[in-house]
Design a protein. Structure first.
Length: 148
């Protein structure tokens, strides 16, 4: 399993398997988010099966499947809520970690936590290229009053 941190409390990775869950516990994660639709994977690692393993290990599980053709801001809201409501570290997975990075990026931009360049840099350090999203990230940033 390859864990890529985008922030101190949020990391992403490609698809995990049930035997990866003990490592997530050891790493200190408290929530696991599945961003991979079940239609892409075998039944053995579908969200329901992963939920069972994750929850048996004492972690919270959030199913937030994201396919590029079905993108919506509801996905961003769900991802951001799972991150902000957690008191510990959040781990998200999909096929490569890219979709998890995209949802995090939009959530950060919308919340005004980081600017577009900071978001893109954090993703790049984790191995994800979000440069093409810069205009969308800038558009999502909250308006700030003009300083006098």
């Amino acid at each position: 399993m390859n864990i890529n941190y985008l922030s101190p409390n949020y990391a992403v990775s490609p698809q995990i398997a049930p035997d990866d869950v003990p490592a997530l516990v050891k790493e200190g994660f408290t929530t696991v988010i599945c961003n991979r639709p079940d239609a892409e994977i075998p039944a053995s690692i579908c969200a329901q099966n992963m939920r069972s393993v994750v929850e048996q290990a004492g972690l919270k599980f959030v199913d937030n499947p994201f396919s590029h053709q079905d993108f919506s801001m509801d996905l961003v809201t769900t991802q951001a809520a799972a991150i902000t409501q957690d008191q510990g570290k959040v781990f998200a997975y999909c096929a490569s970690g890219n979709r998890c990075s995209v949802l995090w990026a939009f959530g950060q931009a919308q919340a005004g936590e980081l600017d577009a360049d900071q978001i893109i840099d954090a993703a790049a350090q984790a191995g994800y290229d979000l440069r093409g999203m810069k205009p969308q990230l800038q558009t999502l940033a909250p308006s700030k009053p003009n300083q006098a």
